[in-house]
Write a protein that binds this ligand. Structure first.
Ligand code: 13P
Length: 251
């Protein structure tokens, strides 16, 4: 059985004043069925890890460099995230692929670095609207997984997040059939590549405009093992009900 994962991506939001959201989330969910993860900006990781100690909330980063150290101004190594208290790191988010030109090869190298530092990599894939309308969704997603995920993936090391680019921050969500089609495709691809033993345990999250109002139906789709949530993860009042819906799906 895969333990469900409710993951929040705070993107470039949040400061020290928002750490109270962690306490509120933990108070509302003292012993969740699901794993609960928040990925704040790098500046907040160590303080959030302190705030989340003795709670079920885990902390992650939003990116790392592929090298362990060096002359890379502004970058953060995976080992530094781990030392700050991160257990996970989001890699290859579409905003990084678009804003920083990250390729599948870059994400592949970063994922290796994350594994070497003992982190679980949350590798993001997803098609643009143009690609979906051209009927290329599975080709694009399949290619991204092939190129971004190194050999040696396991349930402890890898989470895949399917985030259609056109659904991020837009309020648009694919139909449940569309979500199910892509998640089933990703599962089959993981089985092909890593064998059923490993692939059956790897969580596949859906991301893109997940809200308290649509979470339960999305969590009812086969092979959806949780969510990667942007805007609705910033406030415990929004993220808490998403955790509750996921707990119900996983119970
Ligand atoms: P939204 O939930 O704000 O659409 O963002 C999704 C996302 O990009 C999570 O990584």
């Amino acid at each position: 059985m895969r333990r469900k994962l409710a993951a929040g991506n705070w993107k470039m939001h949040g400061g020290a004043g928002d750490l109270a959201e962690i306490a509120a989330l933990a108070a509302a969910h003292p012993s969740p069925v699901s794993e609960v993860l928040i990925c704040p900006p790098a500046t907040l990781i160590s303080r959030m890890a302190e705030a989340a100690a003795d709670t079920p909330v885990e902390v992650g980063g939003q990116d790392c460099h592929a090298e362990t150290k060096g002359a890379h101004t502004g970058d953060v190594a995976a080992g530094m995230l781990a030392e700050a208290g991160a257990r996970f790191v989001i890699l290859g988010h579409s905003e990084r692929r678009a804003d920083h030109g990250e390729s599948d090869a870059d994400v592949h190298a970063k994922t290796r670095a994350a594994w070497d530092a003992g982190l679980t990599a949350v590798v993001c894939v997803g098609e643009t609207l143009e690609e979906r309308e051209a009927g290329r969704t599975l080709e694009i997603v399949g290619g991204q997984i092939d190129g971004s995920v190194p050999n040696g993936a396991s349930p402890e090391r890898l989470v895949v997040a399917y985030e259609p680019v056109w659904a991020i921050g837009t309020g648009k969500v694919p139909t449940l059939d569309q979500i199910g089609e892509v998640h089933g495709f990703i599962r089959a691809q993981l089985v092909d590549r890593f064998g059923a033993g490993a692939a059956d345990g790897i969580r596949i999250l859906y991301g893109g405009s997940v809200k308290p109002g649509n979470a339960a139906e999305i969590f009812g789709v086969a092979d959806v093992d949780g969510a990667l949530v942007g805007g609705a993860s910033l406030k415990a009042a929004d993220f808490g009900p998403i955790v509750t819906a996921l707990d119900a799906a996983g119970a």
